[in-house]
Write a protein that binds this ligand. Structure first.
Ligand SMILES: [Zn+2]
Length: 123
């Protein structure tokens, strides 16, 4: 049933672990690091009421966090599927996801057809 060789799966798991660490670090930096320092700097340079600009910045913060949160979810889900031995199978139709697709996107949970359909549903 498992169409990936142990070597291929190990390679993809390494990629996922790496990605998870990268995202973890980026989310941490994003919340505690440069963005806050830059924000403080911008506030210092402004005079008067800076509420509207702060509002806009907060929206950008959320947009980045959303994307990162979605990627974190996908990477976490992919790692969980490795644990359950379901990795590389489409979450919707159960078809095997080609190794080439997984190599480009190790956190892919769906075959190309179902991923496109899910994208269209989201819009
Ligand atoms: Zn599918």
């Amino acid at each position: 049933m498992q169409h990936l060789t142990p070597g291929q799966q190990a390679l993809l798991k390494t990629e996922l672990d790496l990605r998870l660490r990268q995202l973890d670090r980026r989310v941490t930096e994003h919340h505690q690091g440069t963005s806050r320092a830059e924000h403080a700097h911008q506030v210092l340079e402004q005079d008067g009421d800076d509420a509207p600009q702060r509002e806009g910045e907060r929206e950008i913060d959320f947009a980045i966090s959303d994307l990162e949160a979605r990627e974190l979810d996908a990477v976490g889900a992919a790692l969980a599927r490795i644990e359950r031995g379901q990795y590389g199978l489409c979450a919707d139709c159960g078809a095997t996801i080609p190794f080439d697709r997984l190599k480009a996107e190790p956190w892919a949970l769906r075959c190309v057809g179902c991923a496109t359909a899910a994208e269209q549903r989201r819009r």
